[in-house]
Design a protein around this ligand. Sequence first.
Ligand code: HEM
Length: 210
Amino acid sequence: MKADPNDLVRYTAEERVNHWVVGMTFILLALSGLAFFHPAFYPLTQLFGGGVWARILHPFLGVLMAITFTAMYFRFHKLNAITPVDKEWLRRVGEMVDGDDHNMPESGKYNGGQKLLFWLLVACMVLLTLSGLIIWRAYFSDLFAIAIVRFGSVVHAAAAAFMIALIMVHVYAAIWTRGTIRAMLYGTVSRAWAKQHHPAWYKEQTRGVK
Ligand code: HEM
């Protein structure tokens, strides 16, 4: 994409690589995990070299996602601190969904919805990682009573289903808000995009610049 000197930088290359490693491992985990969840999805194991390989690879991919998500957490958690403006934004989210975002409270780099999603993702990741370790038969399950392993399986499936739904919302919002995907692909956004969707961040970025 041709760079416009007026564009604003939203993500560094490191942030984008971190995000896409998480995104790609998430897709691989969802595909292999669904294959274990219901026989209708079992053919998905073919993508991983069959059932045995899917079963071996899934937890290692989970470890990769947990590590890379933790890196992302430390990059973004301060920017996702929820403020009174975000609470007001969330209270009035209906107006935005109806297509009228003109009177919404001014969001900074992230709006209330993005921040709420961030913390829900963090909660899912913690639950998935802990329950995933407990039900990892090859290494850890023997350390726990069978009732705990069974409970771990339920928590793992529920947190995974919830996280898949959250990521669907995340991807839908990224596509629906035109001009957002390029932020994560090329690192920049147009000034018009920033002014419309994140006015407080726009003001902060352009302070003192003509
Ligand atoms: C696989 C498809 C995905 C797509 C197309 C996608 C797209 C995007 C885009 C365009 C942004 C920039 C939004 C903005 O700057 O306003 C973004 C930000 C972000 N994404 Fe994704 N993403 C995907 C998967 C994921 C996954 C799997 C996770 C985590 C589990 C994730 C976590 C985040 C976080 C934490 C941010 C920064 C926003 C914040 O901190 O509130 N994304 N994503």
